[in-house]
Design a protein around this ligand. Sequence first.
Ligand code: NAD
Length: 291
Amino acid sequence: MSTIGFVGLGIMGGPMAGHLVQAGHDVTGYDHSPAGVEKLKAAGGNAAGSAAEAVRDKDIVITMLPQDEHVRDVFGTVLEHAAPGTLYIDFSTVTPATSEWTAAEGKKKNLRVLDAPVSGGEPGAVNGTLSIMVGGAEADFDAAEAVFDAVGKTIALVGPNGAGQVVKAANQLVVGGIYALVSEAILLMENLGADAAKGLDVLAGGLAGSKILDLKRKSMLERSFQPGFRIDLHHKDMGIILAAARQAEVSIPMGALTAQLIAAARAMGHGSLDHSALLLVAEALSGKERA
Ligand code: NAD
């Protein structure tokens, strides 16, 4: 069992840190927001008063933060305070460039670095069934096995540092596109006299079936958009995807369109809602907003 410093105890990091405690690790957590730290304490972890305190003298340091700037900021603290040889795992979704940077800077301080973005949403974090796409060296991947097993189910080393983020970008491309199309399907059924609830049940059982239909069709029909995964974060991810496509010199027209729909959701003031709120954009485009 390892000593673990965990920074970023939000929607995803909170339950993930809890699973690590349950697996028998000695977990010390820090978050800007005291609520996350209190929850970890109640779950049997230790509270740190700063990121520096959380990451000092640990076997493993973990971050689960919103965006690149937060990871770069906290990683500065890791570079300063973590012991040489520490295994650093970043579960956040950031640009491949940020993951490559943490690996390069970490190497100078003898830290072992993995990017390990996840998929599976809040239920995956709560149930410990996340999919984890890992970039880094095989020996470091092997050393992280106990951590990954505690929080995830489908776990793969997909290439060198940064490759985990590339696969996560592909994941977000698919997820965003499916939400956009499910939204349009709902609108179509609702406005042509079909029973949309029964219709979506049928879709979920056929070739159009997906995890999104399984988990979100009921809440979407109810127009319940409590996050989950915030539109603001998916907007960030679409930026990562479009930049990656540019770098790879590939054309992703469906991705570009999805990015615009997510940008519209944000511009309409829905940034804090779940990404299934793309349905509100589909409604607005057709003048079908509900009162
Ligand atoms: P969140 O906003 O709920 O949690 C992030 C936490 O980080 C917050 O509690 C915030 O207070 C804390 N934080 C920010 N800056 C900090 C700092 N400098 N020091 C300490 N704490 C700091 O976000 P989330 O939904 O948990 O997402 C985290 C990451 O996981 C994001 O990169 C997101 O894209 C990714 N992700 C989210 C989901 C999901 O469904 N929510 C799914 C897969 C991946």
